[in-house]
Write a protein of this length. Structure first.
Length: 635
């Protein structure tokens, strides 16, 4: 097993680290590609092994650069990493359009291969077909060019979001209702106003607590327009490039191209599934909306509708008034350091692992690195970059850093979030557990012979299932009591947690409707490629949720999932259906036997089996929607 990545210790060495490592890996990948077509006689297993070596180089080149372009504090290093990501993706696209290499795999005899090797060969042949390797030279060249342009546009779209940070200035009285520690961290400036940023910490706090509706609206507008107008042109071209790629390869649409390799199977099934979500959530959401509007009019008698600037604030007020859940009271038990310790302890117990702190340097002093250890053996390394700073990825996500390959590459991944250093919102704790679910999936699924099956390598629409599963642990009184404690060490009361659960059920259908809107925007923009992105986006939200968007907002420009997820944001609800069902297979959230079965049958196989087979092996049956419907109507 190789050692973990050794990051530079001197700032001046980072540019060379990015450029040299990527170029060397791409050179080795190119040499292996040549070797595949050198005419030598090889068994199919030897051919697959060469391919595995090649893919390891490509994956490591891309993954390392992908993290650094999102998190490194030096803009020059971020720019170099962006170019490295583009180069790695271009090399991968060129490989899948290489007819000569594809012919080697087509001719390779599958007889005698074990199940994993046979599965790998079939997957490789499919990817060559999807990369245009079976087409004429002009088509292959065009497919490569379009794939390269897609990568460039995705990087630009993400960069504009990452670097689009904005600031609003409001009067001190506009902060009425916000937590005292937050107010203390935002002093009045020389102009007599308070500066608030579009960083997640500020946005979430204002949207949750600010009694001043005008302040909430100003903040929501600033956040909605985070990457506008810069991303208008970028997104329009990206949608057209994807249409051309799909058409070139013989698909009716980009969603049809994307879904060929997913559980859902087709674009039509996305639309059908979203209609099911619509039907399941409509009635409850209509009742919830009426109650929110009534509550809004207590403060704003002339209000005509509940908007995106009101929804979270009103839910918090109703949670307090109807269920006696004061979010600021809950915050007292959720200090970041205790939450982090609790999360590591809980996942350690669930998955039979320990986290051993590493003193090795990373890209910033904020980063905390841990070796993941089982029975005294290091099985991976994780890097936690959890607080906001200028130029850093400004949402929450887990990024693969090194794909685990048995005996050769230690799996590594980075968790990148933007949490406060002090007290956290319960919603932020839920996000922390969610993203950590991705992190452990990457590590525990990293003991694979073939890199194509390593980590989160299942069908993409299953990828959110383990992370949504882990969210459930933050709603359990027994689990929370292990780390949710106030300054005096008193654990969060069980009756408060029960009220939190009841309150969470209220408003759930409306929040699902918001997710439905995101999913329809993701899908329909790729299906329709509208000339007016703003009008189309507003239409799909309007038919999905009664909560009104702010007039003139351009939320699509900061919708980061439109790059990697493309037309498939439906994945979140699809995965949630499966996650709710998988929870029925636990005899208790901390039950060792259930957790072990889940680890071995869901997480550790990585992508070596179809997701439907993984689920059936754990549940003893195919997944069903019953648990999701019950969860959705629980209030």
């Amino acid at each position: 097993m190789t050692d973990p990545i050794a990051f530079p210790t001197a700032p001046a060495d980072w540019l060379d680290f990015v450029n040299t490592r990527v170029s060397e890996r791409l050179e080795r990948a190119a040499a292996l590609a040549v070797q595949l077509t050198d005419g030598a006689t090889r068994t199919t297993l030897q051919i697959l092994s060469l391919w595995n070596d090649l893919q390891i180089e490509l994956r490591r080149a891309r993954d390392e650069a992908d993290v650094l372009c999102e998190v490194h504090p030096d803009p020059g290093v971020r720019a170099a990493a962006e170019k490295a990501v583009a180069a790695a993706k271009d090399a991968a696209a060129a490989l899948l359009a290489d007819a000569e290499i594809a012919a080697v795999f087509t001719a390779a005899d599958p007889d005698g291969l074990d199940a994993d090797a046979a599965r790998l060969r079939e997957r490789i042949l499919r990817e060559f077909r999807r990369g245009a390797a079976d087409r004429d030279e002009a088509t292959r060249r065009r497919a490569r060019d379009l794939a390269a342009r897609d990568s460039e546009l995705c990087l630009a779209f993400a960069r504009n979001i990452r670097e689009g940070r904005r600031e609003i200035r409001v009067a001190r009285e506009s902060l009425a209702g916000l937590p005292e520690d937050f107010i203390a961290q935002h002093p009045i400036g020389d102009d007599g106003l308070v500066a608030l940023s579009t960083d997640a910490i500020d946005v979430i706090t204002v949207m949750t607590y600010a009694r001043d509706r005008a302040a909430r609206i100003v903040m929501r507008r600033a956040h909605a327009d985070l990457a506008w107008p810069a991303n208008d042109e970028v997104l329009s071209e990206l949608l057209e490039v994807r249409r051309q790629r799909a058409q070139l390869l013989g698909y009716a649409s980009w969603p049809d191209y994307q879904t060929e390799t997913l559980m859902v199977g087709s674009a039509a099934c996305i639309a059908s599934f979203l209609d099911e979500v619509d039907e399941a959530s409509r009635q409850a959401s209509e009742v919830e909306y009426v109650l929110l509007l009534e509550r809004l009019r207590e403060d704003e008698p002339d209000a005509e509708s509940v908007t995106t600037a009101d929804q979270h604030y009103l839910l918090e007020r109703l949670h307090d008034e109807r269920f006696a859940v004061d979010a600021q009271e809950v915050r007292r038990y959720l200090h970041f350091e205790r939450v982090l310790t609790g999360l590591l302890d809980i996942t350690g117990r669930l998955f039979d692992i320990a986290y051993v702190p590493s003193s090795d340097p990373a890209w910033h002093d904020d980063v905390r690195s841990f070796d993941v250890v089982r029975a005294g053996t290091r099985i991976g390394r994780v890097h936690l970059d959890l607080h906001p700073r200028e130029g850093k990825f400004n949402h929450a996500a887990s990024f693969p850093l090194a794909p685990g390959v048995r005996g050769r590459v230690l799996p590594e991944a980075a968790l990148v979030c933007n949490f406060p250093r002090g007290l956290m919102e319960h919603r932020q704790v839920q996000t922390f557990f969610h993203e950590f679910g991705h992190l452990v999936h990457d590590i525990l699924g990293g003991d694979q012979e073939w890199v194509d099956f390593s980590g989160i390598a299942t069908e993409w629409d299953f990828s959110e299932t383990p992370s949504q599963m882990l969210e459930e642990w933050v709603w359990d009184a027994g689990v929370l009591a292990t780390f949710a404690r106030d300054e005096a060490g008193k654990p969060i009361p069980a009756d408060l947690v029960e009220r939190m659960r009841e309150a969470d059920a209220f408003g759930r259908a409306l929040l699902v409707r918001t997710q439905l809107g995101h999913a329809r925007v993701s899908y329909q923009l790729h299906m329709d490629r509208p000339a007016d992105l703003a009008a189309a986006t507003e239409h799909w939200y309007a038919v999905s949720t009664p909560v009104a968007r702010l007039d003139g907002a351009h939320t699509y420009a900061a919708f980061g999932h439109l790059t990697e997820y493309g037309s498939c944001y439906y994945t979140y609800q699809w995965s949630l259906v499966i996650a709710r069902d998988l929870l029925t297979g636990f005899r208790g959230l901390m039950d060792p036997a259930s957790a072990t079965r889940y680890r071995r049958q869901i997480l550790e196989p990585g992508g070596s089996r179809d997701a439907a087979d993984l689920v059936e092996s754990f549940l003893g049956r195919p997944f069903a929607v019953d648990a999701y419907r019950e969860w959705l109507g629980a209030h």
